[in-house]
Design a protein around this ligand. Structure first.
Ligand SMILES: [Zn+2]
Length: 286
């Protein structure tokens, strides 16, 4: 019987990034403007890209998922659809009925052993459906709009041993905690990444899982580049590509026609995504 994972587009995309030494932009998307901007940027830059949805989308409206899937299916360059931070089995089972290329099985709010057990079991199930998986060993602190905050739980840095254990569950992508946090750092001077630790994690994950980066709000280009050099094959971006859009919308809603608000808003997101494609080195790769 053919392996359902054989043609998984997300695995192919991130393996190619790893071999090519570049990173793919994973754009956290909440609306049409963002999804349209991903497609426009990827096509303009001849770059691969990923559309990231949070489980919020499952509850808000499946139409957003269908829109994102249609964007991937009709784009002239490879774009894949990823569900980030699915934090319950119920959500994951629901998500598996939609055309996601990959799903993050985020059981980081459970104790380590339980996290590993759940991750392995769910990964087997998703692989049987041809869907790639991602997990977070350790715990990346903080929350993002649409993702539950880790709350009182303490952030835990990923160790090499943990990375190995997680890779052995069969996951395709590993999101390490090495000083990165969700949400805001409260100033560039507070971004303190442990690249030595990342090096160890990378060799522990070698040849089995690709590394992916969470928590990039307010990252200067140089830090993003260092992360890609350190082995990150997909870098999630949220505020980094949305802050100009958010400011524009806040200042212009009700003052300009809705078509202009959407059109200019989309352009502002597209410009930022294109910039990140240059920074991560994915421009011209397809
Ligand atoms: Zn995350």
């Amino acid at each position: 019987m053919a392996n359902p994972m054989e043609n998984n587009k997300a695995v192919k995309m991130l393996r190619a990034a790893e071999e090519g030494g570049y990173g793919v932009v994973g754009v956290v998307s909440y609306n049409l403007e963002t999804i349209a901007a991903v497609v426009k940027a990827a096509e303009a830059k001849r770059s691969p890209a990923q559309i990231l949805l949070f489980p919020w989308a499952l509850h808000y409206s499946p139409l957003l998922i269908h829109l994102a899937a249609a964007a991937c299916a009709t784009a002239k360059v490879p774009i894949v659809l990823h569900l980030d931070h699915a934090q319950s089995e119920e959500e994951i089972m629901q998500a598996a009925t939609y055309p996601f290329d990959s799903i993050m099985v985020d059981m980081s709010h459970y104790e380590k052993e339980e996290n590993l057990e759940k991750t392995e079991r769910i990964t087997k199930y998703l692989h049987s459906k041809g869907i790639a998986t991602e997990a977070e060993p350790g715990r990346i602190n903080g929350g993002e709009d649409g993702v539950k905050d880790t709350g009182d739980l303490e952030g835990l840095l990923t160790t090499e041993e943990e990375a190995k254990k997680f890779v052995n569950t069969g996951i395709d992508f590993l999101a390490p905690a090495f000083g990165n946090v969700h949400g805001n750092y409260g100033g560039v001077e507070n971004i303190k990444l442990d690249f030595e630790r990342l090096k160890g994690i990378r060799s522990a994950a070698a040849a089995k899982s690709c590394l992916v980066l969470h928590g990039t709000n307010t990252f200067p280009d140089e830090i993003m580049k260092a992360c890609v050099k350190g082995g990150m094959t997909r870098c999630n971006v949220n505020d980094l590509v949305l802050y100009k859009y958010n400011k524009y919308v806040a200042e212009n809603t009700g003052k300009v026609p809705l078509t202009e608000l959407m059109g200019r808003g989309t352009e502002l997101i597209q410009e930022q995504i294109e910039h990140q494609m240059d920074v991560m080195g994915s421009t011209g790769k397809v």
